[in-house]
Structure formats: C-alpha cells, structure tokens
Unconditional design. Structure first.
Length: 171
C-alpha cells in the first residue's frame, strides 16, 4: 500500500507538473503575443512619426520656396517701379530743359525758329517719357521693329560694328 500511495503521489505530482507546464506554456504564448502586439504598435507609431516629420519637412521646403518667389517678385516689382520713376523724372527734366532753352535762347530770326523747334522737341520727348515710361517705350520699339524689320536689322548691325570698333584694343 505504501507503494501505491507513492505511485499515486508520483502521478499527482506528474499531473500537477504537466498542468503547470501547460499553464507556463500558455502564459509564455500569451506574453509572446502581447510582445508582438506592443512591438507592432511601436513600429506603427515610429512610421507615423517619420511620416509626420517628412510632411513637416516638405511643408517647410514649400514655404521657403514660396517665400523666395515672393521676395523675387517684390524685388522685381520694386526695380520696375524705380525704372518707371526714373523715366518719369527724366521726362520732367527734359521739359524743364525745354523751358530754359526757350527762356535763354534767341526769340527771333532763324535762330529763334531753331530754338523753338528744339524746345518743342524736348517738351514732346519729356511728355512721352512721363506718359509712356519704360514699358511704353519697349512696346513702341517692338512695334517699330515689326513694321520695319530690315532697317532695324541694319541699324543693329551698324551699332554693333561701332561698339566693336570702340571697345577693341588698338594695336
């Protein structure tokens, strides 16, 4: 009987050890699943953060490009306004010069007529510069070249030749 009770105790110990082993395996499997879930969650969060950082970088690059374009446009507009103002000032200067030519030049005879013609030309030129400005002059020049292409080409060649002669080194 003692042998039976030892065997019974041994079986009970084996059964308890088996159940404990099964329970330990179940707990280990559950811990592994939880670890995989946590790892997957951490990886997804890392991907989300990386995506957010990339989006922020793209947004910053776009903002910098927009700021650069805006600054360039502002500078170009300011330069254009400055050039237009300079042409307007030049026009006023020509009109003032016309007044001085009329005031101090001869008033009668052939020289009086020449003085009046020069003063009228200066006034008209000054008024044109004030009214048309740089953009108006460019438009008028473009139209003149379209109407007279051959003379414009010959004039360009002549000016180029003269500039080349003036800037070439003398031997």
């Amino acid at each position: 009987m003692a042998n039976n009770s030892v065997q019974d105790a041994s079986r009970k110990a084996q059964d308890a050890a088996g159940k404990t082993g099964d329970h330990a395996r179940d707990v280990a499997t559950e811990i592994g699943q939880k670890a995989r879930e946590v790892g997957s969650d951490v990886a997804q969060r890392a991907r989300d953060v990386a995506s957010d950082v990339a989006d922020a970088g793209r947004s910053a690059a776009h903002a910098a490009a927009d700021a650069g374009r805006s600054a360039a446009t502002t500078a170009a507009n300011a330069a254009g306004r400055t050039a237009e103002q300079a042409f307007g000032s030049t026009g006023q200067g020509l009109q003032s010069l016309a007044g001085q030519v009329r005031e101090y030049g001869p008033h009668s005879g052939v020289l009086g007529q020449a003085t009046d013609t020069v003063a009228s030309g200066l006034e008209q030129g000054g008024q044109y510069l004030k009214d048309q400005g740089l953009s108006g002059m460019a438009d008028d020049l473009t139209e003149m070249i379209k109407r007279n292409p051959i003379p414009a080409l010959l004039l360009g060649v002549g000016v180029g030749f003269v500039l080349a002669r003036l800037t070439s080194s003398r031997s």
